[in-house]
Design a protein around this ligand. Sequence first.
Ligand SMILES: [Zn+2]
Length: 275
Amino acid sequence: MNVFTVDVEDWFHVCGAGAALDRVNWDRLPSRVVPTTRRLLDALDRTGVRATFFVVGWVAERYPSLVHEIVSAGHEVGSHGHQHRRVYDLGANEFAADITACNAAVINAGAPRPRAFRAPEWSINERAQWALGELTRAQFHTDCSMAPLRLVGSLDYSRVPHVRQTAAGAIVEVPPFVADRFGQVMPLGWGWGLRMSSPRRVLRTIARANAVGAPAVLTVHPWEVDPDPPRVVLAPQLRFAHYFRLSGFEARLTEILTQAPFSTLAATTARLRPA
Ligand SMILES: [Zn+2]
């Protein structure tokens, strides 16, 4: 079984985007997270897929009914941090406070306590390995933040779900789906890699991973299915990550959801969790 995940954040939750999208401005920017998340909820409803939604605490605090809708539809709710900050930019204490605040916002919105975490921008890498211990201490049983990809993570990271030991106990690490193409590793399961690939290619590559027992973990954002996305000037690399080939993505995504089996993280990784 494969895993479908959504990082529930607004279009302006971009790490390192500069002053215009700084968090002091978030409350003044036109939020689009509710209608765009509903588009994803509808697509999942139509295709009969249960997914894991990693919710930003800031969003849960402002739109608790959206969290309620996610839970009512039978999806799992995880944590995407409270302020959507890169983990390696935080110290251990700041990180612990951030995940505590996110948990509180999500629980106040009516969801069970999150047990799975995904860091903004895959930011649990060599610069923040300590964070896995913090998550274990905070009773998370799964982390999905270590991308087996250059720049954000490392090519040395495992591509399959596995158990990692920390000083505070064990945690299951579930990496996002990548594929080899033209001698490079590309993010076939998320971002520009998923948006640029034909459903046929994505499905074929998922089938190949499944044939050797590996689940594919896909990730999308509500802003990727926005029919009228607000745009701001971003640095070239961020511009590519956020704006490249959004056109027609919702239809391609629906085709993928229809033709491969997907479930929640909890369902797919249950056998790995320490008793
Ligand atoms: Zn994010």
